[in-house]
Write a protein that binds this ligand. Structure first.
Ligand SMILES: [Ca+2]
Length: 422
């Protein structure tokens, strides 16, 4: 789901949301999907009026000041009550996060590949128009469409106004969702979609592109020219809105996302990760090669090496278009799924290297222990929350370098065992 400036923590939270046992809703295929994506603020103490009705009366004043018409507001909130299921999703924390290979297995299933290929043929004309208008290759648009909503088959069934109101009233990020709710009301006020059709994910991501309300207002496009930006029912609008979003995110027309690569023996894994950006020629000079054996794809931008499952798994060289996909949903596994699915839609995308499927996953308690032990050793993870984000990965990397292991920043049970031994 599309939210600007999604933080890693937000992405992880979103991942948690999607891993919820009952999360068959929209975006369940994506680890992070979720729209929710705003950064969690664990320390935020909810301050709210005693009842939902009191809160609503207060919010109505704000909404009307924001410019929402009283008629739209009152119709939107007729009979609306908080949704306890939404709060359950919001508070859900998984014991294990799903390893990247399991996520990819699900995201790039055979049926999704064949379904995507069929839809590319069925919608060839409009996809061609969108491609020309926004400069984004159609296979990426179709791949995102497939991951976000199963090609429109699952746009979510939560009442968006009710979900957003619930999270604005008593969620973990009330201020953020208050803003989303105002934006959703603005969409209703503009007449893009009727109140009854405005359904989405539990966190309010909408339509076949799973846009959060702010992204909807900024990027949704009326490509079929009927006067409404309809991301539920109009495929031209759906495709163009995705193209428009990626174009604004810096998509480089005529380029691809990157490629699977083979790293040279003795590769310094401290160079892996998005912080290190070099030209493809520089990486080539260091011995980085396309895993396929052919030439590395061309880019006018900078490339980074990523190893999503550590040095025992596949390595990828990723370009600006990969980063544009991350703007859509800020999780490496999501961007990789879109990229590999896009390649599969044109017959490629099979990996040469294998995922380390035998690798045991760290539980929530293991991750807490890892952060605690690293911090005690002087590798500050900047908090102990059981979420392996950027700071934790950097701490892992520094510890790995100290003890002479490949410094890929990827925590394993072996590494944790060494830390526990002291
Ligand atoms: Ca339209």
């Amino acid at each position: 789901m599309v939210v600007r400036k999604v933080t890693l923590a937000g992405a992880m939270l979103a991942m948690a949301a999607c891993s919820a046992p009952t999360a068959t809703g929209t975006g369940s295929a994506a680890p992070t999907t979720s729209a929710a994506a705003p950064a969690p603020t664990a320390t935020q103490v909810p301050t709210r009026p005693a009842t939902f009705q009191e809160w609503l009366a207060d919010f109505r004043v704000d909404a009307l000041a924001y410019g929402i018409s009283p008629a739209t507001f009152d119709a939107a909130f007729a009979n609306v009550t908080p949704d306890p299921q939404v709060i359950e999703y919001d508070n859900f924390q998984p014991e294990f996060t799903r390893p990247v290979w399991e996520y990819l297995d699900n995201a790039i299933s055979a049926s999704r590949v064949s379904g995507g290929q069929q839809r590319m043929q069925q919608n060839a004309a409009v996809l061609g128009d969108v491609e020309r208008r926004y400069g984004v290759d159609r296979r990426f648009i179709v791949a995102i469409w497939g991951l976000e909503s199963g090609f429109g088959g699952n746009v979510g069934s939560f009442d968006v106004i009710r979900s957003l109101a619930t999270l604005a009233y008593e969620g973990n990020r009330t201020e953020r969702f208050r803003e989303f709710l105002l934006q959703a009301l603005e969409i209703l006020d503009r007449g893009d979609i009727s109140r009854s059709r405005m359904v989405g994910s539990w966190a309010g991501a909408m339509g076949q592109t799973q846009f959060m309300p702010g992204s909807y207002l900024t990027y949704a496009v009326d490509f079929d020219g009927d006067g409404h930006r309809d991301l539920w029912g109009s495929l031209p609008d759906v495709f163009a809105s995705t193209g428009n979003y990626l174009a604004d995110a810096g998509w480089k027309s005529g380029e691809t996302w990157g490629a699977e690569v083979v790293l040279p023996a003795g590769f310094d894994y401290r160079l892996s990760g998005d912080d290190t950006r070099r030209s493809v020629a520089d990486w080539q000079a260091m011995g980085v090669r396309a895993a396929s054996g052919g030439a590395l794809p061309a880019t006018t931008g900078q490339a980074s090496v990523i190893v999503p499952a550590g040095h025992r798994g596949p390595a990828f060289l990723v370009y600006d278009n990969f980063r544009a996909i991350l703007r859509y949903n800020n999780a490496t596994s999501y961007a990789l799924a879109v990229s590999l699915l896009a390649d599969r839609l044109q017959g490629g995308g099979q990996l040469v290297a294998s995922w380390p499927r035998d690798q045991q996953q760290l539980s929530h308690q293991d991750r807490i222990d890892l952060q605690t032990l690293l911090t005690a050793r002087g590798y500050d993870t900047r908090g102990v929350d059981g979420i392996i984000g950027r700071n934790s990965r950097e701490a892992v990397r520094a510890y790995q370098a100290e003890i002479g292991l490949p410094a890929d920043g990827y925590p394993t049970m072996d590494l944790l065992a060494r830390l526990r031994q002291g």
